[in-house]
Design a protein around this ligand. Structure first.
Ligand code: ATP
Length: 433
């Protein structure tokens, strides 16, 4: 289990998905950078979510609120009070600190005894303006949704929305986690994709069930294996301070079943509290709409998509070549998520006319698809390299390409190759994506 986690971590680095932040300085407390392939994958996940919300569903509009907000927001939302705090314990011997609900009675590092739990607020404090005094204190948002509640009226009025409707947003959030761990699973800076569905109170339970199903299907439609996904009802005594009901969508990571998304019935907690604190009337007609929230971490879901797609094939898939390969790696990402859609490969690199034609084809495809050009190593090795990062199609230019003005297109999953006329290539790929 630990072994498969190690494999994913080193694969992510080796193939340019995820690097430790500030690596040349020894890294920096649980922060990560997304490399050239990581950023493509991340953008594809965000696009898949955004399209799902705003194109597949009616009555959902987008928003991009600022990260810094008035500190009054966090007072009204309950985040400044004990509502957004974890319990922290410290080992009396080695002084390591832990989240109380993550450990048993003794220190997991040295076996020492622990201090009494203390409440620890997870919000990251910062100062706005040049004077670092209390008057200028604010916080980096710990969740993106508050920007949606504070803009409830703006969105409703400008877009002439009628209840029920939803607002979708993607953006960074920050939590000063006591024990960030498990690679990009729990970090202090992360990105959320949140949708707030405003509805009549009597329809909230039905909407909750609807969104729970929709969200589970989103993962399955993007290729997550059914056996690795489940929905877990959060017991009443563990509900977050704002929630009437919560379901966690969990993924089976190498380190166990863990939450990747929360579906929450927030009732009228947010709109009524913001009304009270801001003195703005945030009612719709004569009532506060109830809110069903779906909240996914981009980084956590990316991690789940990576784990699910990462496949090792002992002895490799091809039986024809005798190349020295014990284990072949394949990243079976859904076509919409794969970072590279096509790789252009000249069969050999010592024939200038083949290289020239291959570069022409690369330039032809590049404006339409995320592509790579690769001429180094045997063609078999280059196919393996592309399979490893989940590239959907390998386009090979060979000697016949000159006679017939065509190329071979190799499919990642079937390894089948077919010849396609160069003039039809863009359309042929487009149809399959
Ligand atoms: P946990 O119990 O794991 O701390 P949570 O229940 O507090 O998470 P929510 O507040 O429901 O999480 O946040 C919604 C989603 O945001 C989570 O399902 C997760 O995908 C993401 N998320 C929350 N905290 C983090 C974090 N520290 N690092 C990465 N993603 C996070």
């Amino acid at each position: 289990m630990v072994d498969s986690m190690q494999k994913i971590v080193s694969f992510s680095k080796r193939r340019g998905f995820v690097f430790a932040s500030s690596e040349i300085y020894g890294g920096f407390g649980s922060c990560y950078d997304f490399g050239p392939l990581g950023v493509e994958l991340k953008n594809n996940i965000k696009k898949a979510w955004w399209d799902e919300m705003t194109k597949k569903h009616d009555d959902i509009v987008g928003l991009d609120a600022s990260i810094l907000m008035s500190p009054k927001v966090w007072k009204a939302s309950g985040h400044l009070t004990a509502g957004f705090a974890d319990e922290l314990v410290e080992c009396k011997k080695c002084h390591h600190r832990f989240r109380k609900d993550f450990i048993k009675e003794k220190c997991p590092d040295c076996g020492g005894s622990l201090t009494k739990p203390k409440k620890f607020n997870l919000m990251m404090k910062t100062f706005v303006g040049p004077v670092e005094d209390e008057a200028s204190v604010t916080y980096l948002r710990p969740e993106t949704c508050q920007g949606i509640y504070t803009n409830f009226k703006n969105v409703m009025q400008t877009m002439r929305m009628k209840i029920p409707f939803g607002v979708a947003q993607i953006g960074k959030a920050f939590r000063n986690e006591i024990n960030p761990k498990d690679f990009i699973y729990r970090t202090r800076e992360f990105e959320q994709m949140e949708m707030q569905w405003f509805c009549e109170p009597k329809n909230a339970p039905k909407s909750f069930n609807y969104w729970k199903k929709e969200r589970l299907n989103w993962y399955l439609n993007l290729g997550i294996k059914k056996a690795n996904l489940r929905a877990k009802e959060v017991p009443k005594n563990e509900l977050p301070h704002y929630a009437k009901r919560a379901v966690d969508i969990e993924y089976k990571f190498p380190f166990g079943w863990k939450e990747i998304e929360g579906i929450h019935n927030r009732g009228d907690w947010d709109l009524s509290n913001h009304s009270k604190h801001s003195k703005e009337d945030l009612k719709y007609e004569d009532y506060f709409p109830h809110v069903i929230e779906t909240s996914v971490g981009v980084d956590r879901s990316l991690f789940a998509f990576l784990c699910d797609a990462y496949t090792e094939i002992k002895g490799g898939r091809t039986k024809t070549t005798q190349s020295a390969k014990q284990v072949e790696v394949m990243l079976k990402l859904d076509k919409s998520l794969a970072p590279i859609k096509a790789a252009v490969l000249p069969l050999v690199k010592n024939k200038p006319e083949i290289v020239k034609k291959a570069k022409q084809i690369y330039n032809l495809l590049k404006p339409n698809f995320v592509c790579q050009y690769d001429e180094s190593g045997s063609i078999g090795r280059r196919y393996r390299r592309q399979d490893e990062i989940g590239t959907l199609f390998c386009i090979t230019i060979d000697f016949d390409s000159f006679k017939k003005d065509d190329v071979t297109v190799r499919n990642r999953d079937t390894m089948k190759q077919k010849r396609v006329k160069i003039k039809d290539l863009t359309e042929c790929l487009r149809k399959q994506l």
